[in-house]
Ligand binder design. Structure first.
Ligand SMILES: *Cc1c(COP(=O)(O)O)cnc(C)c1O
Length: 368
């Protein structure tokens, strides 16, 4: 049996008529850059996240960058974040002119360890960006408490967490702003590039709307130096169709995760992902920990099971961030996880047979 890591086609097949109709509407309206289809999605997604405002942007990296600019983060500033994320989190900080300051993660949730934030705060700290990694939210109460005590704004990197919850609150609705990516492989994926910023704060929202459209509040009246970070009309239309299914798709992922866990519980050498009791994990990624990870990955590939690694090199150890001078040993929990984490195939359309085959293959490979 062959089990791909992702199967975007399987999902597309279930909604192809609705997608075709939605794309045709955009063509008929010639509403290509921003426009009514983006506005409609912004409204639906704000309701979904239970926030007052959502602004659609070009991608998740734009979302993070514009959120930082809207909070006046710039040269000379520091922004605290986690070193085990997709590099975009740090890139957005750098592109705003600021410097990322990493704090190590909690070993069970792989998200920022709130107990380590205080020690990383300096007079230059301007914001905190927790990352809701793999679809599980960071410990937001503890993070917000430290942030509020130091009057620091919080930007949630919710790129992997569309619909995840923390104590009944949706990802992106707790911090000052929540940033989403709709890259095709995310839980809510566009058919191209797209992202969004969610916020309850009307001033932050107005500034992001201005920045995404060349800093203009009114056409050709430029108050700020912004950028072209608009969402395109096709993506707005596709996302609005797909959003209606997201709850069901996330539930399917959770069910697959439970099945993986029940099949792999007690297997020696396998450390399964944990869900906190106050959160709703939406399993963007189902990552377990195994010794000799690279050997296991290859052996699974030989059996037709395509796995992934999120992420093989922590951000502080990438060539791009060598200038920060945080060598090996700087963030031991992150570095240990980077050597052991293995992501199994995960998408809503996975079948029971596929899950059983993947679990059986993991068992055989790990005990070999
Ligand atoms: C995908 C992702 C991003 C970047 O989103 P793009 O849409 O690819 O620009 C940022 N942060 C995290 C954690 C992500 O997974």
């Amino acid at each position: 049996m062959k089990v791909p890591f992702l199967d975007l086609k399987a999902q597309y097949e279930t909604i192809r008529n609705d997608i075709a109709a939605a794309l045709q509407q955009v063509l008929d309206a010639t509403a290509f850059a921003g426009g009514p289809f983006v506005a409609q999605f912004e409204k639906s997604y704000a309701a979904f996240c239970r926030v007052n405002h959502v602004t659609g942007v070009g991608n998740g990296t734009d979302a993070l960058w514009l959120a930082l600019l809207a909070l006046d983060v710039g040269p000379g500033d520091e922004v605290i974040t986690a070193p085990n994320s997709f590099i975009a989190t740090a890139e957005a900080i750098s592109l705003a002119g600021a410097t990322p300051v990493f704090v190590d993660i909690d070993e069970t949730t792989f998200t920022m360890d709130p107990a380590r934030i205080e020690a990383a705060i300096t007079p230059r700290t301007k914001a905190i960006i927790p990352v809701h990694l793999f679809g599980q939210m960071a410990d937001m109460d503890a993070i917000m408490a430290v942030a509020r005590a130091h009057k620091l704004p919080v930007i949630e990197d919710a790129a992997q967490a569309q619909g995840a919850e923390y104590k009944g609150k949706r990802a992106g609705s707790i911090g000052d702003a929540g940033c989403f990516s709709f890259y095709p492989g995310k839980n809510l994926g566009a058919y191209g590039e797209a992202g969004a910023v969610a916020t309850d704060n009307p001033e932050i929202d107005a500034k992001i709307r201005c920045l995404r459209d060349h800093g203009q509040y009114k056409k050709y009246h430029h108050n700020l130096i912004g950028w072209n970070a608009r969402m395109d009309g096709f993506q707005g239309a596709v996302l609005d169709v797909k959003l209606k299914h997201l709850g069901r798709w996330n539930d399917a992922r959770r069910q697959h995760a439970r099945r993986y866990c029940s099949l792999l519980t007690g297997v020696k050498g396998v450390c399964l992902p944990a869900e906190t009791d106050h959160g709703k994990h939406i399993f963007h990624v189902f990552a377990l920990r195994v010794p000799r990870r690279d050997t296991v990955l290859q052996a699974l590939a030989d059996k037709g099971v395509a796995c992934g690694i999120h992420y093989p090199v922590p951000i502080h150890l990438t060539e791009a961030y060598r200038f920060l001078d945080k060598g090996p040993g700087s963030f031991p929990v992150t570095e240990r996880c980077a050597q052991e984490l293995l992501s199994l195939p995960m998408y809503p359309e996975l079948t029971e047979d596929q899950i059983a085959y993947v679990a059986q293959s993991v068992k055989e490979v790990v005990s070999a």
